[in-house]
Write a protein that binds this ligand. Structure first.
Ligand SMILES: [Zn+2]
Length: 125
């Protein structure tokens, strides 16, 4: 569950636009160095850096909060560019949910904890 450009996120940032949080857009890792502390600070608290997403949108971008990372709709154009299905939450989060649902996974053998406990209510809306 991260918006950072990890392999599970297809090496893209999943950011949303300021001031209007609307969609999660995929921003190539090369656009913002994850090791650059000034960049991370700006993404979290401003001044929001203007970055270009895979879909071509160029706007001030910010790191989404935890509920947005779980439940915000991904930009369909960015998803098409990256060859993934449109949906909600960061791709990394989607993978996490998938592994929790797999039969015989650790979660199903360790007691009453079910995968539904991990789901954001927004995802079911
Ligand atoms: Zn986009």
């Amino acid at each position: 569950m991260t918006a950072y450009p990890t392999p599970a996120n297809l090496d893209h940032w999943w950011l949303t636009t300021q001031p209007r949080w609307n969609r999660l857009h995929a921003v190539p890792r090369a656009a913002a160095d994850p090791g650059d502390e000034d960049m991370i600070e700006a993404l979290c608290g401003g001044p929001w850096p203007v970055l270009q997403a895979a879909c071509g949108l160029e706007k001030p971008m910010t790191l989404p909060g935890v509920f947005s990372r779980l439940g915000m709709q991904r930009c369909a154009h960015c998803c098409r560019k990256l060859g993934i299905a449109a949906g909600k939450g960061t791709p990394a989060n989607k993978n996490a949910v998938k592994s929790l649902k797999r039969p015989g996974s650790v979660a199903s053998t360790t007691g009453p904890v079910s995968h539904t406990d991990y789901r954001d209510p927004v995802q079911d809306a």
